[in-house]
Design a protein around this ligand. Structure first.
Ligand code: NAG
Ligand code: NAG
Ligand code: NAG
Length: 307
């Protein structure tokens, strides 16, 4: 076993857990300073947690249907939630009693959202009708609204750091859009045989990983690369569902599966399985480079921290 994987594998264990909901938990994200974690799910509520002891700080209750995604702003104490109720809500983590903004306009369930990497005013969302909408928080309105897909969009994520691209998954492919204009600016990334459940960028914005039930693919955006598939891992056991790059080992991808976690050292082409990580599907993962922690949330109603 490669040394990097050995260190990461043996050093990767559960450090905290909490009951996050009375129902399935579907999304999670750390604030950029790592001090807060947000979770959300089928009980229509988002919860803010103090990361250090995994104690709840506050509960955000305004959505009328289940929450699909939660993201913190990279630069401010704001977070945003998306929901089956067709809205996007923006909240101030320091004053979370009421949302700052409610964006209405999607005509179908909002499946995912993300903050622009370096324009703190912009949040973008996608729905199950294939529409992508970018909203100005200050203006309270949609600034760019485009139908990108014929099928439903599953997840969208801005390229961190450089902030040049917005990646959005729909069915079996990923569209790469210009982060400003939302023009599709690269050939769609194709090759998945089953629908894509989740996508994630590495912290430098050089690599994008995409997860379907049966495989994970890694696409390179390093200079000279135009979104080539550079690595692939086929699922041999529990179905793949979610992903995040390890905060301290950039070549290590953490994959959330049904009950287990898979640590994949992309460079060394090795994997370590953490069995019985949860008692259900691991719906989402998050990582904090400030604390070195990984968070997992599951249909078993729990949130866990790993280090
Ligand atoms: C917000 O509104 C102002 C005034 O109408 C306008 O000048 C500005 O371009 C808008 N910003 C965005 C991001 O749409
Ligand atoms: C994964 O499975 C596909 C389809 O069966 C196959 O074409 C591909 O070579 C496999 N990749 C690896 C890395 O095993
Ligand atoms: C975490 O990542 C951000 C953005 O890449 C960087 O500015 C910051 O220095 C990193 N922090 C640590 C502790 O590595």
């Amino acid at each position: 076993i490669a040394q990097c994987l050995f260190i990461a594998g043996s050093g990767f264990s559960e450090v905290a857990k909490a009951r996050a909901s009375t129902s399935k938990v579907s999304c999670c994200h750390f604030s950029s300073d790592g001090k807060l974690l947000a979770t959300g799910g089928h009980d229509k509520k988002a919860v803010l947690w103090f990361t250090d002891a995994l104690n709840p700080k506050s509960t955000l209750e305004e959505h009328s249907m289940l929450i699909t995604d939660v993201r913190f702003s990279p630069s401010m104490t704001r977070l945003a939630t998306s929901s089956f109720d067709k809205t996007v809500r923006v909240w101030d983590a320091d004053n979370p009693d009421y949302s700052l903004r409610t964006f209405t306009g999607h005509s179908a369930s909002v499946k995912s959202l993300d903050f622009h990497s370096n324009k703190e005013d912009i949040v973008c969302s996608c729905d199950s009708d294939g529409e992508v909408r970018c909203w100005s928080i200050n203006n309270g309105s949609c600034v760019t609204c485009v139908r990108v897909f014929s099928g439903g969009a599953t997840q969208l994520r801005y390229q961190p750091h450089q902030g040049k691209y917005l990646a959005a998954a729909s069915e079996k492919m990923i569209s790469i859009m210009d982060a400003e204009t939302l023009q599709v600016c690269r050939n769609a990334l194709k090759g998945h045989i089953k629908n894509i459940e989740s996508i994630c960028w590495d912290a430098a914005g050089d690599y994008l990983a995409s997860v379907s039930e049966d495989s994970v693919k890694v696409w390179s955006f390093t200079s000279g690369n135009d979104g080539e598939c550079v690595n692939e891992l086929n699922c041999s056991g529990n179905k793949f569902n979610s992903c995040v790059f390890h905060p301290n080992y950039p070549s290590l991808l953490v994959i959330g599966c049904y009950e287990s976690l898979e640590l994949w050292d992309i460079r060394e082409k090795n994997t370590v399985t953490i069995s019985n990580a949860h008692d259900g599907l691991i719906a989402a993962l998050a990582a904090s480079n400030a604390s070195g922690l990984v968070a997992s949330v599951s249909h078993d109603k729990l949130v866990k921290l790993w280090k």
